[in-house]
Design a protein around this ligand. Sequence first.
Ligand SMILES: Cc1cc2nc3c(=O)[nH]c(=O)nc-3n(C[C@H](O)[C@H](O)[C@H](O)COP(=O)(O)OP(=O)(O)OC[C@H]3O[C@@H](n4cnc5c(N)ncnc54)[C@H](O)[C@@H]3O)c2cc1C
Length: 481
Amino acid sequence: MQLIWFRTDLRVHDNTALAAACAQGPTLAVWLVSPAQWHQHDDAPCKVDFWLRNVAALSEQLAAKHIPLLVRTVDTWDKAPQALLKLCQEHTISTVHCNEEYGVNESRRDVAVQQALDKEGIAFSSYLDGLLFKPGSILTKTGNYFQVFSQFRKVCYERLHQSVPAVVRAPSAQAPLHVARDEVPSHVQGFPTPSPQLQALWPAGEDEAKRRLDHFVDEPIEYYNTERDIPSRPGTSQLSAYLAAGVVSPRQCLHVAMTHNRGEFDSGNVGAVTWINELLWREFYKHILVGYPRVSMHRAFRSETEALAWRHAPKELEAWQRGRTGIPIIDAAMRQLLETGWMHNRLRMVVAMFLTKNLLIDWREGERFFMRHLIDGDLAANNGGWQWSASTGTDAAPYFRIFNPHSQSSRFDEHGVFLKQWLPELADLNSKEIHNPASAGGLFGPAGYPQPIVDLGKSRERALTAFKNLPQRQVSGGHHG
Ligand SMILES: Cc1cc2nc3c(=O)[nH]c(=O)nc-3n(C[C@H](O)[C@H](O)[C@H](O)COP(=O)(O)OP(=O)(O)OC[C@H]3O[C@@H](n4cnc5c(N)ncnc54)[C@H](O)[C@@H]3O)c2cc1C
């Protein structure tokens, strides 16, 4: 008997490990509930709820193929080898199949599982599945991981010109096994169930992911290169939660986008090319995670930035977290995060720069808060985004190019549509004042909306000084930007 161990690959279509297991014989499936591990990783309650709902949907789909899904609880991953070994022995499993996961803890877990199984003569096979390219397969001429996205992408393009990774067929139904599937819990202690409104924004299941993908490539993709920066419009795919949980694969996304773009990925429709470019950013940050494991251990990519004199300012941090900074674009964005589990990409950059530059608060505070609230929370992308914004990472924003939140607001939300959606207390302000209510004069400012907690000009200077005083950079490799 074969065992497929599901992790962040919660789908039956285009699932490499599932297809491989079924090709070898009768297959059983398992998924592990790991509450203490999830806490340690700051996984958001809404993300855990999204996993549970997707695992329940997956269990139904598997049942239709007579593949029973078992659920086991191991509080932390160091208990995974024992639990899986026991299950293998109970069901005389010959091979455990799974799709690779990246990150230090994930890799250590898999090595430990493999060793435990090996001792008992059980095979362990892992497969490339959640990425288009295996980490370590896209390297510089001298054999190092790329630190610059455009150079990384150039090699990705070369590879895609040679061959585009194929989509794997879903397995057909097997003969019924006499094993009962387990009930998938609807709730795990320590992770409160999110509001029904939040849940309704993110329906579970492969059909929903496919519907989003089809809808997106049907039209929005054409205008993606311009619409993607306007937070009040649904100009992006909103697939990140589905990609992070593996409810849809990057191969499926690439194929559908290319089909729409006459088979092209680096030419043709600018919207489609730009969108595929984002899939490659996703790829890039996962490769960075593997190539430079320190970023997965809360270390800055550029070690010289570890010396930055970050401010300890708990009140300001809390104002940022709660959307009470008095700077509307920041507050609207943070409220979107708290209520929906998602934030628009442009705003993620704006609020991250504000925290790390204007407030000069350590990017790790922001990274952790995002992780605790994002339904699409992903270590590689989140860390990459934070270190980009804080100018501590690979291919990061140069420290002297600091976004001004007011300018970002009037540029990307010109008429204040997004601001009014999330800050109803500002509804009466005109489209100029709304970006900076303090400019309307304190006495006439909207009731209940805070005064700005920081002077944008002075705090910008403070950040420039802090960065200028850093010792010389210690990371070799291309600076650019
Ligand atoms: C500070 C910060 C934190 C972030 N944290 C996360 C995170 O935890 N999880 C996450 O998936 N993305 C993260 N991102 C990247 C990006 O903001 C989201 O992927 C995007 O907003 C998701 O919306 P979408 O699915 O509509 O994206 P689309 O614009 O439709 O893009 C398609 C897909 O490409 C990938 N993608 C897009 N932009 C990026 C990027 N910059 N880096 C890596 N992958 C990207 C995502 O998987 C996304 O679903 C972060 C960005 C910043 C600046």
